[in-house]
Design a protein around this ligand. Structure first.
Ligand code: GTP
Ligand code: MG
Ligand code: ZN
Length: 310
């Protein structure tokens, strides 16, 4: 039976790119009823076995074991997550960035931070409101980049408009399955268009009224890269639930806490108000970024609130 890769899922159909035969066209398939009975749904990124039916369509018969499974965006077997954030329009949202990082950490996935629309960066040095200054959001772009690089996350700065950094992103994606994730309007599709000549993904200006994107990309699709490998463009989203992270697990998703949390007086310290907490000390001394710590507290609150509700 032929095998292949699901590159798109739309309206109950799965589009399978066959492994052999050098075919570039995908086969439109239905999933066998048994999957529904077992409560399994095939995902984009799934490696499958399929059967051709008489009308040129096919049936997905078996899903091979997944190495990873993302809930949002729903993609299987991802090896690299590219977190796409624009330096402006919409403004860099560090809370959302830290939230995405909690998810990629808890899923154990390699992460690349991509800061787009570098051509708009002059806004970064402008006067800031008192609230922004208090929240630590006044950090210059360079300082933000250095902060995340120190945590061990590679950061690439790009401009699809000016063709900056496009080559570097292309190199990172070669030969594996990656996914682009980020808010609507940050320029995910534009960057992919700049990377792959002739791709022609739909892009759109952000809605000025709403101050956010209009969700130009509406489904998840794997795009075959000329350098080998696949990348998924995804619809933008700006809220994420903590589905698989509990209060104790959250702390380990903040990489920089690890060397300090070992020294906390209490085992299972949540680094809130506990005496002898080394993480709080490190935050006071500036060794841990104050805004990252603030986000940790906010996420902890969200997780506890969710637990209380169920
Ligand atoms: N100045 C500037 N604008 C850009 C750049 N990249 C994209 N844009 C603009 O940003 C807007 C949104 O771009 P898209 O590529 O559609 O954004 P997206 O992240 O795919 O959005 P969704 O599909 O809705 O999630 C468009 O108006 C683009 O022209 C850039 O490098 N510089
Ligand atoms: Mg898009
Ligand atoms: Zn502690």
């Amino acid at each position: 039976m032929p095998t292949g890769l699901i590159v798109k899922a739309l309206s109950g159909y799965y589009y399978v790119l066959p492994d052999d035969s050098g075919r570039v066209e995908s086969v439109q398939c239905r999933a066998r009823g048994i999957f529904k009975l077992k409560g399994i749904s095939p995902l984009v990124g799934d490696r499958v076995e399929f059967e051709l039916t008489e009308n040129g369509e096919g049936t997905v018969d078996e899903i091979f074991p997944r190495t990873s499974e993302l809930v949002r965006p729903p993609v299987a077997n991802v090896e690299l997550v590219v977190l796409v954030f624009s330096v402006d329009e919409p403004a860099l949202n560090r809370q959302l960035l830290d939230k995405f990082l909690v998810h990629t950490e808890s899923a154990g996935l390699e992460t690349l931070i991509c800061l787009t629309k570098h051509d708009l960066r002059q806004g970064a040095g402008q006067a800031v409101s008192e609230e922004e200054a208090e929240a630590g959001e006044h950090l210059e772009l360079d300082q933000v980049i250095r902060l995340y690089e120190r945590l061990g996350y590679p950061v690439l700065v790009t401009s699809a408009k000016e063709g900056i950094g496009v080559e570097a992103v292309r190199e990172r994606l070669a030969g594996r399955i990656s996914v682009f994730a980020g808010q609507s309007g940050v320029g995910k599709s534009s960057l992919l268009n700049a990377m792959i000549p002739g791709l022609g993904l739909e892009t759109n200006a952000i809605s000025m009224k709403l101050g956010r994107g209009k969700h130009t990309t509406r489904h998840v699709e794997l795009i075959c890269l000329p350098t080998g490998g696949f990348v998924a463009d995804t619809p933008g989203f700006s809220s994420l639930d903590f589905l698989h992270v509990d209060a104790e697990g959250l702390s380990s998703c903040f990489r920089e806490f690890a060397p300090y949390s070992e020294g906390c007086r209490f085992r299972g310290c949540l680094h809130l108000h506990e005496p002898g907490c080394k993480v709080q000390e490190a935050k006071e001394s500036g060794a841990i970024d104050a805004l990252r710590y603030e986000h940790y507290l906010q996420f902890l609150g969200e997780i506890r609130e969710k637990k209380r509700r169920y």
